[in-house]
Design a protein around this ligand. Structure first.
Ligand code: GLN
Length: 489
């Protein structure tokens, strides 16, 4: 059965355009139709760029007609998480405090994608300021999982994941501070890559926790993740933390066999918090990796237990500093009827920030305050160092570490909202790689018994995205996950 245009991957779209017969406008129109048909149920988008997307597509078609060769991402329409700045439309981080905010510039990744011929279909829903694991902290709407509309799509890049899974875009960008690309990708059955810290410029990404944030691709397959990385990776003088490391052609790393590759299985990741159906899926995936030629070895990441606590000290401390700029003076919402500056700050913040953001700012301010700094913040920095060293040691024995991306499949909407700690524990397998700064991917590894996607996580040493992609690709090509597409119509 031939695929509909909106079901094509980025590389298939490019081939379809090259072969002629379809135009970028046909492809874009097919996505826009899909969005109007199903997004009323899924709620993946917070803003659809109907006319702008068609205008961008028309410009690409004209260039192609005029005989120009197509840039690498030409024709495949994408979506951007609503914390990536775009000069067109609004960038709100799904927060009331940034309601109506228009960025005066395109973020580095937006510019790179547009230069590579991208068409943008709009901005996707997210947990407010990227704080959350379910998209339920969005101040705008709650997104739903296309595989089961009663379940969350994950977060914070839940809108991006749901849009890719439901064929409402060919690929999307998300951001990942503690798992926000990989967890929603795992929950929605798409590929999500968090690059090495410093691999992709964060210029024009609204900051959550600056020592952890990274932007990355969310795609329908591993080859697409490599194609998008080819475009968005690289040093940028406007982001002082972006690394001076040459960008390889990531597609060259994609090979079907894994001979000579050793993957480490961290024993701490297979303990009780992993539920039975997820365990079965991951064990099946490990067998597939062996079939593709990989050897396995048990490794240990002994400080794993401290990862979630460490992350919630460091990320909230950084968030409290980053979010201080939203004070009602320069950006977004400003409280009315105030008597002085103090009241302006207090009222603008308490009206503009939702409960989870307020909780994080308070926690972050507390752990940085004099008298508590040493007990919490400094201690967390030390624990972070130990977590980083665990990976250095483990990578002496293996080329990559594989693990579940999440302890369970997508949970029901409303299930974890009453208990923030439960919600935080969703990221137990993803947070460590942010603390260590290493690249990690989630690749779909089939459906659980309850017909929800499961994700296999692959982590590698700094700047070894090629190995991450190679293993993910070999897995994808060898596995017969039989997942199909979400049952959404
Ligand atoms: N779920 C984690 C949090 O709430 C991670 C978020 C992220 O990666 N942006 O902080």
């Amino acid at each position: 059965m031939s695929k509909e245009l909106r079901q094509l991957t980025v590389h298939e779209t490019r081939d379809a355009l090259r072969d002629g017969g379809v135009t970028c406008q046909d492809i874009t129109a097919s996505y826009l139709e899909r969005i109007s048909a199903v997004d009323g149920k899924v709620n993946a988008y917070v803003d659809v760029w109907q006319d702008e997307a068609m205008a961008q597509a028309e410009r690409i078609d004209k260039r192609f007609k005029a005989g120009e060769s197509l840039p690498p991402l030409a024709g495949a329409p994408m979506a951007l998480k609503d914390l990536i700045c775009t000069a067109y439309g609004e960038t709100t981080c799904c927060s009331k405090i940034l309601e109506g905010y228009r960025s005066p510039f395109d973020g580095a990744v937006s510019t790179k994608l547009f230069d590579a011929g991208a068409v943008c279909l709009g901005k996707t829903n997210m947990d407010e300021f990227a704080m959350g694991s379910s998209c339920e902290n969005s101040a705008i709407k709650v997104s739903r999982n296309p595989w089961n509309l009663d379940k969350v799509p994950g977060g914070s890049s839940g809108g991006s994941a749901a849009a890719v899974a439901a064929d409402m875009c060919a690929y999307a960008l998300g951001s990942d501070t503690g798992g926000s690309i990989r967890e929603p990708a795992a929950f929605c059955g798409c590929v999500g890559l968090k690059p090495t810290y410093g691999r992709v410029s964060r210029y024009g990404l609204v900051a959550f926790a600056s020592s952890l944030d990274q932007i990355g691709p969310m795609t329908k397959d591993v080859e697409d993740a490599a194609l998008v990385m080819n475009v968005i990776a690289g040093q940028d003088p406007r982001d002082s933390t972006s690394a001076q490391v040459p960008v390889p052609d990531y597609t060259k790393a994609l090979k079907k066999d894994l001979s000579g590759v050793t993957v480490g299985l961290p024993k701490e990741y297979f303990e009780e918090s992993l539920n039975a159906e997820m365990r079965a899926k991951i064990q099946g995936a490990i067998e597939t990796l062996k079939e593709a030629g990989a050897k396995t070895v048990e490794v240990s990441l002994p400080h794993t237990d401290y990862a979630v606590a460490t992350y919630y000290v460091i990320s909230t401390a950084e968030a409290s500093a980053n979010l201080a700029r939203f004070d009602g003076v320069r950006y977004g919402r400003r409280a009315a009827g105030v008597r002085d500056t103090q009241e302006l700050y207090v009222h603008s913040k308490s009206q503009g920030f939702g409960p989870e953001v307020q909780r994080r700012v308070l926690l972050g301010t507390y752990v940085l305050s004099s008298g508590y700094y040493d007990a919490y913040y400094l201690k967390a920095q030390k624990a972070r160092q130990l977590i980083q060293s665990d990976f250095v040691e483990a990578f002496k024995q293996c080329d990559a570490i594989v693990a579940p991306a999440t302890p369970t499949a997508a949970f029901s909407i409303g299930d974890k909202m009453a208990d923030p700690l439960e919600m935080y524990l969703t990221d137990i397998y993803t947070i460590s790689s942010n603390l260590a700064g290493i690249p990690a991917i989630s690749v779909p590894c089939g459906l659980t018994d309850s017909k929800l996607p499961a994700g296999l996580e692959i982590m590698c040493p700094h700047f070894a995205e090629e190995t991450v992609l190679r293993i993910a690709y070999a897995y994808e090509q060898t596995a017969d996950t039989g997942m199909g597409r979400p049952p959404l119509n």
